[in-house]
Write a protein that binds this ligand. Sequence first.
Ligand SMILES: [Mg+2]
Ligand SMILES: [Zn+2]
Length: 188
Amino acid sequence: MTVWKGSFLKNKAVFLDRDGVIIEHRHHLCNEREVEFIKGSADAIARLNKDFKVIVVSNQSVVARGIATRAEVRQINAFIKKSLAESGARIDAIYFCPHHPEHSGKCPCRKPDIGMLLEAKKRYKIDFTKSYFVGDSTTDIKTGENAGCTTILVKTGYGGHDGIIKVKPSMVARDLAHAAQKICGKRA
Ligand SMILES: [Mg+2]
Ligand SMILES: [Zn+2]
């Protein structure tokens, strides 16, 4: 009898940016009281949970800029994770880059570099080619492209109008709920 071990199986992931995708974009967010969820994001994540690891990947240069500490960023992330869990949505992991090239030097994790995705890949055995990156900025789309994921630009947050990098997302969606619909199909 063949026993299939889990380690043979590759996981699919949906990588999500945090600000402007799951929660409203706030300039220099550093307190959980300022967190406001974008409508439909919990249901969208719950839907993605059925077939994907849901992994948040976020640049938080507020740390390098001295506006928030790593502990404060972790606290906000924990609050987001807990609030979503109360709505039946599971975040499997949250990664953030605390750096900024002008304040703390170059790092391998700041998007559009894929250091955070590689860490997730190692930990969860993720196949990037079967995975998605959903983001509101051109940097997010570039990150997904760099990893070889299917990319979805959402029109919430920056809605791709940050003008940082020229990119062509695989798909465009109104918001995370619409993106989840595109990923999972119309069926409920
Ligand atoms: Mg964003
Ligand atoms: Zn970094």
